[in-house]
Design a protein around this ligand. Structure first.
Ligand code: SF4
Length: 221
Protein backbone atom coordinates (compact mmCIF):
# COMPACT_ATOMS: atom_id res chain seq x y z
CA UNK A 1 0.00 0.00 0.00
CA UNK A 2 1.32 3.48 -0.85
CA UNK A 3 2.22 5.82 1.98
CA UNK A 4 -0.29 8.36 3.23
CA UNK A 5 0.46 12.07 3.42
CA UNK A 6 0.08 13.48 6.91
CA UNK A 7 -2.46 15.99 5.61
CA UNK A 8 -4.62 13.11 4.36
CA UNK A 9 -4.36 11.41 7.78
CA UNK A 10 -5.56 14.65 9.40
CA UNK A 11 -8.38 14.80 6.89
CA UNK A 12 -9.37 11.26 7.86
CA UNK A 13 -9.29 12.25 11.53
CA UNK A 14 -11.66 15.15 10.77
CA UNK A 15 -13.97 12.97 8.67
CA UNK A 16 -13.31 9.57 7.02
CA UNK A 17 -15.90 10.35 4.34
CA UNK A 18 -13.98 13.50 3.46
CA UNK A 19 -10.77 11.46 3.26
CA UNK A 20 -12.45 9.04 0.85
CA UNK A 21 -13.88 11.81 -1.35
CA UNK A 22 -10.51 13.56 -1.48
CA UNK A 23 -8.90 10.38 -2.85
CA UNK A 24 -10.83 11.05 -6.05
CA UNK A 25 -10.12 14.76 -6.26
CA UNK A 26 -6.96 15.49 -8.20
CA UNK A 27 -5.85 18.96 -7.16
CA UNK A 28 -2.48 20.11 -8.44
CA UNK A 29 -3.39 23.74 -8.00
CA UNK A 30 -1.75 25.59 -5.10
CA UNK A 31 -4.20 27.85 -3.26
CA UNK A 32 -3.39 31.56 -3.10
CA UNK A 33 -3.61 31.45 0.70
CA UNK A 34 -0.99 28.71 0.74
CA UNK A 35 1.36 30.78 -1.45
CA UNK A 36 0.98 33.76 0.89
CA UNK A 37 1.49 31.85 4.13
CA UNK A 38 4.36 29.78 2.79
CA UNK A 39 6.28 32.77 1.47
CA UNK A 40 5.81 34.70 4.71
CA UNK A 41 7.00 31.65 6.65
CA UNK A 42 10.32 31.57 4.74
CA UNK A 43 11.10 35.01 6.17
CA UNK A 44 10.06 34.47 9.81
CA UNK A 45 12.96 35.08 12.17
CA UNK A 46 14.36 37.93 10.06
CA UNK A 47 13.17 41.49 9.54
CA UNK A 48 9.92 41.13 7.62
CA UNK A 49 9.97 43.34 4.50
CA UNK A 50 6.42 43.28 3.05
CA UNK A 51 7.42 44.72 -0.37
CA UNK A 52 10.17 42.17 -0.88
CA UNK A 53 8.00 39.24 0.15
CA UNK A 54 5.14 40.42 -2.07
CA UNK A 55 7.55 40.65 -5.04
CA UNK A 56 8.49 37.01 -4.44
CA UNK A 57 4.82 36.03 -4.27
CA UNK A 58 4.24 37.78 -7.62
CA UNK A 59 7.09 35.79 -9.15
CA UNK A 60 5.66 32.55 -7.82
CA UNK A 61 2.11 33.32 -8.93
CA UNK A 62 1.95 36.27 -11.36
CA UNK A 63 -1.84 35.86 -11.58
CA UNK A 64 -2.45 36.25 -7.86
CA UNK A 65 -5.60 38.26 -7.10
CA UNK A 66 -5.85 41.74 -5.59
CA UNK A 67 -7.92 40.22 -2.72
CA UNK A 68 -4.86 38.16 -1.86
CA UNK A 69 -2.79 41.33 -1.72
CA UNK A 70 -5.17 42.72 0.92
CA UNK A 71 -5.00 39.46 2.82
CA UNK A 72 -1.21 39.45 2.59
CA UNK A 73 -1.02 42.97 4.03
CA UNK A 74 -3.24 42.08 6.96
CA UNK A 75 -1.30 38.87 7.70
CA UNK A 76 2.14 40.45 7.45
CA UNK A 77 1.11 43.36 9.70
CA UNK A 78 0.21 40.83 12.41
CA UNK A 79 3.34 38.73 11.86
CA UNK A 80 5.56 41.81 12.25
CA UNK A 81 4.19 42.28 15.77
CA UNK A 82 5.47 38.88 17.01
CA UNK A 83 8.96 37.53 17.39
CA UNK A 84 9.77 34.29 15.59
CA UNK A 85 12.70 31.92 15.83
CA UNK A 86 14.89 31.69 12.73
CA UNK A 87 14.76 28.30 11.04
CA UNK A 88 17.97 26.44 10.30
CA UNK A 89 16.27 24.58 7.41
CA UNK A 90 12.99 24.70 5.52
CA UNK A 91 10.90 21.97 3.95
CA UNK A 92 12.40 18.81 5.37
CA UNK A 93 10.67 15.66 4.24
CA UNK A 94 10.12 13.09 6.98
CA UNK A 95 8.40 9.75 6.98
CA UNK A 96 7.63 6.68 9.02
CA UNK A 97 8.03 3.34 7.34
CA UNK A 98 6.45 1.72 10.36
CA UNK A 99 3.26 3.77 10.04
CA UNK A 100 3.31 4.30 6.27
CA UNK A 101 3.03 8.11 6.46
CA UNK A 102 5.09 11.07 5.26
CA UNK A 103 5.10 14.85 5.36
CA UNK A 104 7.22 17.98 5.02
CA UNK A 105 8.34 20.00 8.05
CA UNK A 106 7.95 23.67 7.03
CA UNK A 107 10.56 25.06 9.41
CA UNK A 108 13.21 23.11 11.30
CA UNK A 109 15.10 24.44 14.32
CA UNK A 110 18.39 23.11 15.68
CA UNK A 111 17.20 23.34 19.28
CA UNK A 112 13.89 22.21 20.81
CA UNK A 113 11.12 22.49 19.74
CA UNK A 114 12.58 21.32 16.44
CA UNK A 115 9.45 21.33 14.30
CA UNK A 116 7.57 24.38 13.02
CA UNK A 117 4.40 23.87 10.97
CA UNK A 118 2.91 26.68 8.89
CA UNK A 119 -0.85 27.00 9.27
CA UNK A 120 -3.18 28.88 6.95
CA UNK A 121 -6.04 29.22 9.40
CA UNK A 122 -6.38 31.83 12.13
CA UNK A 123 -5.34 30.57 15.56
CA UNK A 124 -8.07 29.25 17.86
CA UNK A 125 -8.90 31.37 20.88
CA UNK A 126 -6.78 29.14 23.11
CA UNK A 127 -4.32 26.35 22.48
CA UNK A 128 -4.32 24.55 19.14
CA UNK A 129 -7.01 22.82 17.09
CA UNK A 130 -7.61 19.12 17.72
CA UNK A 131 -6.71 18.44 14.07
CA UNK A 132 -3.39 20.24 14.60
CA UNK A 133 -2.70 18.03 17.62
CA UNK A 134 -3.11 14.95 15.39
CA UNK A 135 -0.92 16.62 12.73
CA UNK A 136 1.74 17.35 15.37
CA UNK A 137 1.63 13.75 16.62
CA UNK A 138 2.22 12.45 13.07
CA UNK A 139 5.16 14.81 12.51
CA UNK A 140 6.63 14.00 15.89
CA UNK A 141 6.49 10.25 15.15
CA UNK A 142 8.00 10.74 11.67
CA UNK A 143 10.77 12.99 12.99
CA UNK A 144 11.70 10.41 15.61
CA UNK A 145 12.00 7.74 12.94
CA UNK A 146 13.54 9.80 10.10
CA UNK A 147 15.71 12.29 11.96
CA UNK A 148 16.27 10.36 15.22
CA UNK A 149 15.27 13.35 17.32
CA UNK A 150 12.93 13.80 20.24
CA UNK A 151 10.24 16.10 18.87
CA UNK A 152 7.37 15.89 21.32
CA UNK A 153 6.86 19.63 21.12
CA UNK A 154 5.76 21.19 17.85
CA UNK A 155 5.29 24.88 17.03
CA UNK A 156 2.11 25.68 15.10
CA UNK A 157 2.58 28.97 13.27
CA UNK A 158 -0.84 30.50 12.54
CA UNK A 159 0.19 33.04 9.89
CA UNK A 160 -3.22 34.80 9.46
CA UNK A 161 -3.17 35.65 13.19
CA UNK A 162 0.56 36.33 13.34
CA UNK A 163 0.97 34.07 16.36
CA UNK A 164 2.47 30.70 17.19
CA UNK A 165 1.42 28.11 19.74
CA UNK A 166 3.28 25.12 21.10
CA UNK A 167 1.62 21.72 21.05
CA UNK A 168 3.02 19.17 23.49
CA UNK A 169 2.09 15.87 21.91
CA UNK A 170 0.23 13.61 24.35
CA UNK A 171 -0.47 9.86 24.31
CA UNK A 172 -4.05 10.69 23.35
CA UNK A 173 -2.85 12.65 20.30
CA UNK A 174 -0.72 9.69 19.20
CA UNK A 175 -3.68 7.35 19.76
CA UNK A 176 -5.92 9.59 17.62
CA UNK A 177 -3.25 9.68 14.91
CA UNK A 178 -2.91 5.87 14.88
CA UNK A 179 -6.66 5.49 14.72
CA UNK A 180 -6.92 7.88 11.74
CA UNK A 181 -4.11 6.01 9.94
CA UNK A 182 -5.85 2.68 10.55
CA UNK A 183 -9.17 3.99 9.22
CA UNK A 184 -7.49 5.60 6.18
CA UNK A 185 -5.80 2.30 5.29
CA UNK A 186 -9.10 0.44 5.57
CA UNK A 187 -10.76 2.95 3.25
CA UNK A 188 -7.94 2.62 0.73
CA UNK A 189 -8.28 -1.13 0.78
CA UNK A 190 -11.96 -0.85 -0.10
CA UNK A 191 -14.05 -0.18 3.03
CA UNK A 192 -16.70 2.50 2.67
CA UNK A 193 -16.88 5.00 5.51
CA UNK A 194 -20.22 6.22 6.66
CA UNK A 195 -21.59 9.44 8.04
CA UNK A 196 -22.64 10.08 11.59
CA UNK A 197 -24.18 12.99 13.44
CA UNK A 198 -20.93 14.13 15.00
CA UNK A 199 -19.14 15.01 11.78
CA UNK A 200 -18.45 18.69 11.00
CA UNK A 201 -20.73 18.76 7.92
CA UNK A 202 -21.96 22.31 8.41
CA UNK A 203 -18.60 23.89 7.61
CA UNK A 204 -17.36 21.22 5.21
CA UNK A 205 -16.25 22.34 1.75
CA UNK A 206 -17.41 18.98 0.36
CA UNK A 207 -20.94 19.06 1.72
CA UNK A 208 -22.43 19.44 -1.77
CA UNK A 209 -20.61 16.33 -2.97
CA UNK A 210 -21.51 14.24 0.04
CA UNK A 211 -24.52 11.93 -0.04
CA UNK A 212 -26.96 12.05 2.84
CA UNK A 213 -27.70 9.25 5.25
CA UNK A 214 -26.99 8.21 8.83
CA UNK A 215 -24.00 6.01 9.30
CA UNK A 216 -21.63 4.52 11.83
CA UNK A 217 -17.85 4.59 11.83
CA UNK A 218 -17.66 1.67 14.25
CA UNK A 219 -17.16 -0.89 11.51
CA UNK A 220 -13.94 0.84 10.53
CA UNK A 221 -12.44 0.83 14.00
S1 SF4 B 1 -20.19 16.79 4.47
FE1 SF4 B 1 -19.86 15.80 6.47
S2 SF4 B 1 -19.70 13.61 6.02
FE2 SF4 B 1 -19.42 14.73 4.10
S3 SF4 B 1 -17.23 14.94 3.88
FE3 SF4 B 1 -17.97 16.79 4.87
S4 SF4 B 1 -17.82 16.41 7.07
FE4 SF4 B 1 -17.63 14.45 6.04
Amino acid sequence: MKSLSISSVVSCHICPVRFMLEQNIKNNCESENYTLAKQISYHLGEELMPGEIWDEIMLINPKISSESNELFNSWIRKCILSSWPRASQNDIRVSSEKLGIYGTIDRFFDSKPHIGLTRLSPAPENGVYKADRVRSACYSLCAKESLKIDADEVILEYIPSGISRICTVSPRDRRDALSAIRIAKKIISGKTPVKNKNLPCENCYLKDKCSKGPVKLSELL
